[in-house]
Design a protein around this ligand. Sequence first.
Ligand code: F6P
Length: 319
Amino acid sequence: VRRIGILTSGGDSPGMNAAIRAVTKVGLNSGLEVFGIYNGYKGMVEGYIEPMTRETIREIVNRGGTILGSARLPEFKDEEVRRKAIHQLSKRGIEAVVVIGGDGSYRGALSLTEMGINCIGLPGTIDNDITCTDFTIGFHTALETVVDAIDKLRDTSNSHHRCSIVEVMGNRCGDLALWSGIASGADMIVTSETGFDENDVLDRLRDLDIIRKKKHAIVVISEKITDVDQFAKKVTLNTGFSGRATVLGHIQRGGSPCPYDRMLASQMGEKAVDLLMQGIGGHCVCIRDNKIVSYPIEKALSMPAESRKPLQNLFERLV
Ligand code: F6P
């Protein structure tokens, strides 16, 4: 392989730039030509593709977002659309591509590999919802952002005998809620794994107020579970706390990546280039038990989700 491309796809995550930098530097230092494909698969189809140089990636290791831009392109499922993309790559002699994104982006990478373009997936998402890897690039930075926000909410909530209901992202994966809830000393964590029993949460809040005499309470809840503004009103009506909802939203996706994410991105970027140079495609890079490894995408996507039971149990023992 002589020419490789790189793209970021799906929701951006802090550390994507560090991954772009690693792929580009390791690629150039290995004698490859590296091309940046802008705006994910959309740019691949449209031919928005430019050479990556040392200048392109200067001063980006600490920057959030992605200098290549990102997009979601559901149409990429369509073989005709992928043919157009492959035509754009072939015109430029690009034989292989590193795709940084979530599981949707991995499916695109697998289909392209089956059509003759070797692709390697890197897990770029704050959600930590790619089951084959212990951590995704961006998760730890988002976790820091969430914990920092909850620490601040704790101050004000404590001054006013309030219950802060904090909605965090995760796209149906409870890791951000679970990890941030434990790290910030939350009173309750609600995720798709724990389920949401509204009356049970209200009961437990009354308990915290009346029996435990707590000055305030913090409930961390994953997005897409309930309308947190409505729920905050119910807290006010049914418990001694006054309920306030905070939806952290896209703040969780921004910011300078923490050192862990920069390291993970750099190690994974290196691995991706090495795999492509060995002629391997259709794999994704993971960190498992602190080792950088790779799995065939097909196998990775069908792996059962790691049990979150131990952390949930820990949380129950900390309340
Ligand atoms: O996958 C990352 C993520 O931020 C999810 O946590 C969230 O559900 C979704 O993307 C939001 O998507 P959008 O940025 O398109 O609103």
